[in-house]
Design a protein around this ligand. Structure first.
Ligand code: DP6
Length: 351
């Protein structure tokens, strides 16, 4: 039996300007552009091996050792696009094996708990697309591949790039150009760090996909966010990244996290992702910045209570020290030591 295979990894990305809302559910076209930081390959990532053979009788996926379905519309959309691109390669060179006609076996592993609400679908679809693209020897145009990963999970398109990444919402008419592009590589700002505060590793209350649909359908505040707030912030944040202006970057990041959670609360019925511990983290970071007389740390929260804290490495002792101290001194520490189960420092540096 001849088996062809290739492996690839993709790290988790954490949005600093949030994607929340789809204008096309099937194609995962967003209602606004977004920006994120992709963590380093050494931190949270998915490793995927894609194999294909004329002897395989069906497409299969093993995720963390468990057989999972590849039947979802999202997975099927990614596989169909990748096979289509491979067919074009095969049409140009008759001597190539017809891999596009073979069934695929995909083996995928996360080096972090899937349920921890840490954007596992983003790394997952990005690694899947990148491994199959490698197997099919497709041209390495990451923005083109990001359009495919986007159909798997919107935020996945950003994980195909390292460093600071923008997902451009694209033309409202057709959305063909809704893709991820690099704003700057990690090497541009190597002192930028991120720490993940795992407040809870429970599964999300409201999954992102349905949560954002609920917001689009019911929130009045949402229109203001996508038309007035985000377009301006998108340009400002790219500028702050290119200028390595931490204070501006941090302010925009915190404001956008708050704006995103505000539209969640404005949804009907409301969606709550932050818990009391999350709110304490928010207050703590603002207090720290006030004491310092400048912004040295920023928080952001996705569709769950876990915090990601951005800071410059020069301030690491101050920022992480304060968080450790605070949570170990609060009365009833046992409760918090359970809630803040791991305080994991993730270095946003080097790949
Ligand atoms: C809050 O990318 O998980 O993390 O496109 O439906 O798969 P689907 O949603 P997903 O949503 C991520 C939402 C977010 C913000 C972000 O990552 O930009």
């Amino acid at each position: 039996m001849t088996i062809f295979s290739a492996s690839s990894t993709a790290p988790v990305n954490i949005a600093t300007l949030k994607y929340w809302g789809k204008r096309d559910k099937l194609l995962n076209l967003p209602t606004n552009s977004s920006i994120s930081v992709t963590l380093s390959q050494n931190d949270l990532r998915t490793l995927t091996t894609a194999s294909c053979s004329a002897d395989f009788d069906s497409d299969k996926l093993w995720l963390n050792g468990k057989l999972e379905s590849l039947e979802s519309v999202r997975s099927q959309a990614c596989l169909a696009d990748l096979r289509g691109l491979r067919e074009k390669v095969e049409a140009k060179d008759e001597s190539l094996p017809k891999l596009s006609q073979y069934k695929l076996h995909i083996v995928s592993e996360n080096n972090f708990p899937t349920a921890a609400g840490l954007a596992s679908s983003a790394a997952g679809f990005a690694a899947l697309v990148s491994a199959i693209a490698k197997l099919y020897k497709l041209p390495e145009d990451m923005s083109e591949l990001s359009k495919i990963a986007r159909k798997g999970s919107g935020s996945a398109c950003r994980s195909l790039f390292g460093g600071f990444v923008a997902w451009e919402m694209g033309d409202l008419e057709n959305g063909e150009d809704s893709k991820a592009v690099e704003v700057a590589p990690l090497s541009h700002w190597p002192t930028m760090k991120a720490a993940i505060l795992v407040v809870s590793d429970d599964k999300k209350d409201t999954p992102s996909t349905s949560g954002m649909q609920q917001t689009v359908a019911t929130s009045d505040l949402f229109q203001h966010r996508i038309t007035e707030v985000v377009p301006k912030r998108f340009e400002e944040m790219k500028k702050a990244i290119l200028a390595k202006d931490f204070e501006k970057f941090a302010e925009l990041t915190m404001k956008d996290s708050n704006s995103f959670h505000a539209v969640c609360l404005d949804s009907y019925p409301p969606i709550f992702y932050l818990n009391d511990t999350s709110k304490q983290v928010i207050k703590l970071i603002h207090r720290l910045n006030e004491q310092e007389g400048k912004t040295i740390a920023a928080y952001t929260f996705d569709a769950g209570p876990n915090a990601v804290i951005y800071y410059d490495e020069i301030n690491e002792k101050k920022v992480l020290g304060l968080i450790y101290n605070y949570f170990s001194q609060v009365a009833g520490w046992e409760k918090y030591s359970k809630d803040v189960s791991t305080l994991d420092k993730i270095e946003v540096q080097g790949t």
